[in-house]
Ligand binder design. Sequence first.
Ligand code: ADP
Ligand code: MG
Length: 628
Amino acid sequence: MSSGKINVTADNIFPIIKKFLYSDHEIFLRELVSNAVDASQKLKTLSRIGESKAELGDLTIKVDLDKKKKTITISDRGVGMTTDEINKYINELAFSGAEEFVKKYEDKTDGAAIIGHFGLGFYSSFMVAGKVEIFSLSHVDGSKAAYWSCDGTPEFTLEETDKKKERGTDIVLHINDDGEEFLEESRLRELLTKYCKFLPIPIQFGEKEITESTGEGDDKKETKKKVPNIINTTDPAWTKAPADLSDEDYREFYKQMYPMTFEEPLFHIHLNVDFPFDLNGILFFPRIKPNMDLQRNKIQLYQNQVFVTDNLEGIVPDFLTLLHGVIDSKDIPLNVSRSYLQADGAVKKISGHITKKVADKLSSLFKKDREDFQNKWNDIKMIIEYGMLSDDKFFEKARSFALYQNVENSYYTFEEYLEKIKPSQTDKDGNLVILYAADKKAQHSFVKKAQNKNYDVLVLEGPLVSHLMQRLEGGDDNVRFARVDSEAIDKLIPKDEEQVSLLSDEQKEKLKPIIEENVEKSSYTVMLEPLDSAESPFTITVPEFMRRMKEMSATGGGMMGMGSMPDMYNLVVNTNHPLISRILDESDAAKQKALINEAKNLAMLAQNLLHGEDLTNFVEAQFAHLSN
Ligand code: ADP
Ligand code: MG
């Protein structure tokens, strides 16, 4: 028997392990199971290249819980270790990075997750165990089994033993008070599912009962049988070649990842790169419904099939975190802090690559089957628009497949749309004016007026459109967006032809105060315009600039503080309409007031602005009219 002091310059690594890893105790299980997987993979490799004569047999890794003894045991049938190897790999090597670790992270709380990066994986077991034992038998013929134990102080015991008969390693954790929760079977199962679901070697946790039926008809017998409960899929879809997978396989995989989700994804993107970095994965485009809980199904990040995190903030661009699926890269450092991950060069390259892949896939889907793409557009546009706003490269690529839908439900790319409206919607200065409605029902009367002029109207809705319009206008000096109700129809797209005014300047001067007296000054600006006599006498418009700034400020960006400003409207009075002359000529002040009021109420109705008491009074007055 030998005993000694674990080779570490800093006096005691254990308090540091415990302190820093406090919030993330559960990763001990991932560390130990992935060590067992590594040991099994190593043996497979050695056997394949003829360097091990060991019979591989069943390599299933077992996780056992003994509640009474308060132990968790992880057993593998991998390469195993001799006493010399334990000395080298556990006592010395495992701490090779410890000194550096201690120096660098002693006073930083976020040093927490750095453990794995410095090869302290095995020692994370001391977060939950007061004592850890290793029983190991090397695969090399004639080896003697080794026993190691340590109780969380730098002192350890290392000796040969005859207690271990089978090749491989058992790690026995004597769980202490800090790790009590892990003695619950359900908790342990939850963790195994979280971290080990897709590990490449079968992992068994206890047994499960299955029902087996034998025989036919009357002879049919059902017997219950206990079988090993394997918790993982060793060859998940993303490790296979896309050519070997059917659509059904992808759907199955999606269900496997998100068993609680019934909705099927719209399509997938299979990432498969080995140069200049290693990257595999499958991303799914979910159907995004308004008000749905966006963050429920997250992309999971794996390193060599070991779960790392499902918080990809800062690792992939924000807009892609709305996708579902998995990313696996051997180049991603396992178990390091978030800030470290975000700054990692490989991670940055991967992020750029994924963005490009997603854009390419969308572009090819669009080219391959435009109709199908159009049908899916409303479910995916939020992610794409978000991407266009946050990533310039994506914006450029998306120009070829981002769609704009008009009120008649036709879809156009931006370029196509500009071509379409050029003949009718070029203003007198040569600018193209794109008309849009944010809500085609609410703005129906305005849409109809625009259509009567042979203008086309897009439907642009959602929190991102004001930002998107701003971005599109910025990219093209000759393009401007205007909401259908932002000006009187004749002014929306200013053309050369001037309307002759039927009212003289004198009459106008007389008219203006009469109307202003009857409308709320704080909300309405009265504007007299000589419009087509067929146009409404009163129209309420919402100035484009103010409204858009308000919207942008409400969703981040634009002018700060604008969001809380009151709504301002223009009351456009069509001085060429016969009603206006009537109002002007009316000598009875009460009748004049009533006319203005009623016309204004009708204009408010067309803008969905008449509510509450005003609406009630208006409706009652109309009924009274009818009965007279
Ligand atoms: P890392 O896995 O990053 O090398 P660990 O602290 O997790 O760091 O493990 C240290 C070393 O101990 C491993 O590299 C390996 O050589 C050895 N080891 C740990 N667990 C096992 C095991 N179950 N079977 C064989 N060797 C193991
Ligand atoms: Mg390890």
